[in-house]
Design a protein around this ligand. Sequence first.
Ligand SMILES: NC(=O)c1ccc[n+]([C@@H]2O[C@H](COP(=O)([O-])OP(=O)(O)OC[C@H]3O[C@@H](n4cnc5c(N)ncnc54)[C@H](OP(=O)(O)O)[C@@H]3O)[C@@H](O)[C@H]2O)c1
Length: 445
Amino acid sequence: MKEILDAIQSQDSTAADFAALSLPESYRAITVHKDEAEMFAGLETRDKDPRKSIHLDDVPVPELGPGEALVAVMASSVNYNSVWTSIFEPVSTFSFLERYGKLSELTKRHDLPYHVIGSDLAGVVLRTGPGVNAWNPGDEVVAHCLSVELESSDGHNDTMLDPEQRIWGFETNFGGLAEIALVKSNQLMPKPKHLSWEEAAAPGLVNSTAYRQLVSRNGAGMKQGDNVLIWGASGGLGSYATQFALAGGANPICVVSSPEKADICRAMGAEAVIDRNAEGYKFWKDERTQDPKEWKRFGKRIREFTGGEDIDIVFEHPGRETFGASVYVTRKGGTITTCASTSGYMHEYDNRYLWMSLKRIIGSHFANYREAWEANRLIAKGKIHPTLSKTYSLEDTGQAAYDVHRNLHQGKVGVLSLAPREGLGVRDQEMREQHIDAINRFRNV
Ligand SMILES: NC(=O)c1ccc[n+]([C@@H]2O[C@H](COP(=O)([O-])OP(=O)(O)OC[C@H]3O[C@@H](n4cnc5c(N)ncnc54)[C@H](OP(=O)(O)O)[C@@H]3O)[C@@H](O)[C@H]2O)c1
């Protein structure tokens, strides 16, 4: 691995130098183990501890197939999907690997007794498989996490609709929380030059998801002036949704749960911030009964920020706990766009407020290659910034996932893979200086 790292850190290495590097037989990777899938049986979600299920193992380098690339991973990040994998909820991800393994001779590689997880990376292409022309060894890249087969016509208008659509490092093996990752070449995108490895790896999954969900015509199609209610506005998804709303001339109404998180939203430029803890909203009287009076109180508070207007778009992901309120506070003809259900997926809302007021609920999931590319382009142009708050070593990934599970983090949490320390990999120092305050906004909070 030292040879690979030296080649990456030497600015003089050519594509031929990278192509001539010999690949190691094994690499260090963050895994969960199939024979531990029942280890948390009977525990409450909150008590399932990723530090117990996440391992750092030496695993063999996978065989490289057509249309694929092996990438030396300098840095990765923790997404909530790694939390789900590590607590084996809502299902064990080994069921995804088994199903993928049945698809073809080549996909059998993915069905293993361990799962190398992680859906983000920044690094350098080491090898490309047959049929890859757009990328070469030595290219500095980030990878988005959409894996598709595209053998069916269904996915050819919008690749997210491919029947064999999967999230790399969650529904496939050989993910990014490792020293080497296996991706399809149509997951690759240029690494933003003004960012370090860990900063470049941080936005990927959440930035692309927020872009589709809020900005793309496949999602809410946000426009100038829209009032956008953003749950978890300083979290992984929300910190990008807030930036998209601000950069797109919309009016974000940010919901967070502490004064520190409220300050982060203000530092990003948001003026309307609601601290849901301080204001004590209790949308549920008990496990089965919601409290419409609390929806109304919440709606009244929103109107104080908007000059009496209601919400055009709700950026939803907490799910069961907030969905009733989200449907209620949306204006007539407005949109609730949802990509998740962190607090529970059996949602309840009063349908009278939906149909009588002609509101729409839009389901959104990750992003197609074009959307991921557009979202990454905004990062590369310095219009949207990474929201990295803290970086861990590969050894401490369990702790990083624990922090995200327990909502102890801000923005995104990074992980160094091959990069020996933070701050490496910046190729455009001048551009970096222009945006340095925004890049560092989430640090040391
Ligand atoms: N479908 C997709 O493609 C996709 C992509 C990315 C993520 N997701 C899913 O989206 C969810 C959020 O991901 P993330 O990366 O943004 O996670 P995150 O970094 O943990 O941020 C989520 C934020 O939501 C807020 N929140 C959590 N529970 C809440 C509740 N019960 N009521 C109100 N607010 C609550 C919290 O902010 P405050 O405490 O400050 O309010 C939290 O920080 C996860 O379930 C994840 O799996 C789905």
